[in-house]
Design a protein around this ligand. Structure first.
Ligand code: DGL
Length: 296
């Protein structure tokens, strides 16, 4: 039975969900986290719903059995679209947070009324996304662009030198893919008829924001979901009485860890070197936080 000292589980098809973990850590620095990257099976976006749903179930079960997680954040839009309803009904006692492309915040942000949405094919062709769009389609002009291969390229890019604003587009695989998809979408900018808002509907895409920024210009607003997801996770834990108290909350001294487990454990079904590089680059976490696991 999970306690408030139990870890929060976070999972993604690969390293993309580290962008969400970063926000979770910022919002709840006193919590323990177990992050699972299913990199052996990434990308999910072009795999089909049945495969993604089966992986989501297996990983949820694994995190509950082996790590006694007190809540789960599905830090993957594709897995949320394919399986969140089923996971919710098979684990009704587990506080669960999923991700979906932040269309409503984008509607609130746009001034031109033209909004771009990028995500995986799996997310953007899902019934869940279709329903969301159908309910909001008359409120703005949406350009929806699946970015086949981009999440996979982000996974591969982790062990290469980091991109900067100056080398972003011209010499990397991720840069070339961003260029292809952004150009296919039409004009970005703040003039009438241009897209002034871009929804990053895949957790991997935050890690190509330099590339995207170089292509769409400085004034386009990027909308991602990490921060609201962290707030929602905190709310759910609070409501369930499972939040670890912090000094700020009036709970006295931060709780000492109840066992030797490190505050952040990063697990991968793929090559550990990739996760180590990503953890170091994006979260400044040392390699000793990372290990390989098998989740059949
Ligand atoms: N990071 C995932 C998402 O948010 C999936 C990327 C992939 O594996 O295709 O959709």
């Amino acid at each position: 039975m999970p306690q408030s000292s139990s870890p929060i589980g976070v999972f993604d098809s690969g390293v993309g969900g580290l962008s969400v973990l970063r926000m979770l850590l910022a919002a709840m620095p006193n919590e323990r986290f177990v992050y699972l990257a299913d990199s052996a099976n990434a990308p999910y976006g072009e795999r089909g719903d049945a495969f993604v749903a089966a992986r989501t179930h297996a990983i949820t079960q694994y995190l509950r059995e082996k790590h006694d997680i007190k809540a789960l954040v599905v830090a993957c839009n594709t897995a949320t679209a394919a399986a969140i309803h089923e996971v919710r009904s098979s684990h009704p006692d587990l506080p669960l947070v999923g991700l979906e492309p932040a269309i409503k915040p984008a509607l609130a942000a746009t001034k031109t009324g033209h909004v771009g949405v990028i995500g995986t094919r799996g997310t953007l062709s899902s019934a869940k996304f279709g329903k969301l769009m159908a309910s909001l389609a008359d409120q703005a002009h949406f350009v929806v662009q699946p970015c086949d291969g981009l999440a996979h390229a982000v996974e591969r890019s982790v062990t290469l030198p980091p991109t900067t604003a100056s080398n972003a587009v011209n010499c990397t695989e991720t840069g070339a893919l961003c260029e292809r998809y952004v150009h296919a979408m039409g004009p970005f900018g703040t003039a009438a008829g241009q897209m002034d808002t871009l929804v990053l509907g895949c957790t991997h895409y935050i890690f190509v924001e330099h590339e995207l920024r170089a292509l769409v210009g400085p004034d386009v607003r990027f909308i991602e979901t990490g921060e609201p997801v962290a707030r929602q996770t905190r709310r759910l834990l609070e409501a369930a009485g499972l939040l670890r108290q912090t000094q700020q909350d009036g709970g006295g001294e931060p709780q000492a860890p109840t066992d030797a487990a490190p505050p952040v454990q990063l697990l991968t079904t793929g090559p550990v070197s990739m996760l180590e590089a990503a953890a170091q680059r994006w979260l400044q976490l040392p390699a000793r936080c990372c290990s390989t696991v098998s989740v059949p």
